[in-house]
Write a protein that binds this ligand. Structure first.
Ligand SMILES: NC(=O)c1ccc[n+]([C@@H]2O[C@H](COP(=O)([O-])OP(=O)(O)OC[C@H]3O[C@@H](n4cnc5c(N)ncnc54)[C@H](OP(=O)(O)O)[C@@H]3O)[C@@H](O)[C@H]2O)c1
Length: 329
């Protein structure tokens, strides 16, 4: 048994209080799996922020190492599909929620969870994209399967400065969409335009109204926020408009009526990043191909593992712009 210890951010619960701490852990103490990955990058997602701060009931088991995505190099594998040095990523399947996750210098997971990086995508690019970028890509993939094209009209991205939002803007703009960014941050307009937003709306200044149908403006939408803003979106879509809903950063409620759906043919499509293996492969291939982001160096900013807990607190407060990406040594 090796005595080498690895640093990790572990979430625990004692007397009903959830807390997170940087700990040293041996490989044997990690959850079981055939593949050991030397982690190079893991990004801070909203779900991580909920887990690490205890603001959401995210963990299905505690103690558990947080981090819902990880990118790195295979260190060892008892499964013949993987060899030392392979560049891989892993997310979903309960990583960072019920199985020790990516905020650790080593990740040990079942081989079936491990995905080779698509050719042409660097470790840092994949680490910056992470679950958020994958989710934005999956949403765009689903919207396009439902008929969305750049010619159909403007696409609104809600929660624009967040991880899903910012990468979504970048991807959509690169595909030729007219992107309208909706943000709560008054000082983010130039940054959002640099990512590809053609228009920037400030949430506090948009008259969202209360009518069952508002002015028909958008052909498509990506929604990170939920709540009142998603309600407004359903009422503001053009005929046959499609919304990809994946977030709840602004609330879990959705008050609307059936009118957008039965009078305008609006489609509200749920997006769950915990997709099947074949969908993952297809969407990651698109991320490395026709959905490839161009502005990841503007979207991602490096943090150390010992800054993760602080970064999660900032994320919960909605104060982060882009993606905090852990760089492991
Ligand atoms: N369904 C899935 O499989 C899936 C996968 C990934 C993420 N998600 C969800 O998608 C959402 C975005 O995830 P993310 O990782 O991109 O999060 P993030 O980086 O923390 O970004 C969230 C963004 O939402 C906006 N926001 C609006 N109201 C907010 C509020 N009250 N508190 C905090 N943020 C608020 C902010 O952008 P502005 O200031 O620009 O408005 C914020 O930057 C989260 O709800 C997350 O749980 C779901």
């Amino acid at each position: 048994m090796s005595s080498t210890k690895y640093r990790a951010v572990r979430v625990s619960q004692a007397d009903g209080v959830v807390s997170a701490a940087l700990v040293d852990i041996a490989l044997d103490e990690l959850d079981a799996g055939e593949v050991v990955i030397a982690t190079r990058h893991a990004s801070v997602n909203y779900k991580d922020a909920l887990a690490v701060t205890g603001r959401g009931r995210i963990m299905t088991r505690m103690p558990c190492i947080a981090g819902i995505d990880a990118v790195g190099l295979v260190e060892s594998s008892t499964d013949p599909r993987f060899s030392p040095g392979d560049a891989v990523c892993v997310h979903g399947h309960g990583l960072g929620v019920g199985h020790d996750g990516g905020f650790a210098e080593r990740v040990r997971v079942p081989a079936d969870w491990v995905m080779p990086l698509p050719p042409g995508l660097s470790l840092l690019e994949a680490g910056t994209i992470g679950v958020a970028g994958f989710t934005a890509a999956l949403a765009i993939h689903l919207l396009e399967h439902n008929g969305l094209t750049p010619q159909a009209g403007p696409v609104l991205v809600n929660g624009a400065t967040g991880g899903c939002g910012s990468i979504g803007i970048d991807m959509l703009a690169r595909r030729g969409y007219h992107v309208v960014a909706l943000t709560s941050k008054a000082d983010a307009a130039d940054w959002l335009r640099a990512l590809g937003a053609a228009e920037v709306l400030l949430a506090g200044e948009v008259e969202m109204g209360t009518r069952p149908l508002e002015r028909a403006r958008f052909a498509g939408a990506l929604d990170s926020v939920g709540g009142a803003q998603l309600s407004w979106l359903t009422r503001s879509m053009r005929e046959d408009g499609v919304i990809g809903a994946f977030g709840n950063a602004g609330g879990i409620e959705l008050a609307t009526s059936v009118f957008p759906f039965i009078l305008r043919g609006v489609r509200l499509i749920g997006v769950n990043s915990n997709a099947s293996a074949s969908v993952r492969r297809e969407v990651w291939a698109r991320v490395a191909g026709d959905l490839r982001p161009a502005c990841l160096d503007r979207i991602g900013f490096p943090i150390r593992l010992d800054e993760v807990i602080d970064s999660c607190q900032r994320s919960i407060a909605g104060a982060v712009r882009g993606r905090a990406v852990v760089h492991f040594g």
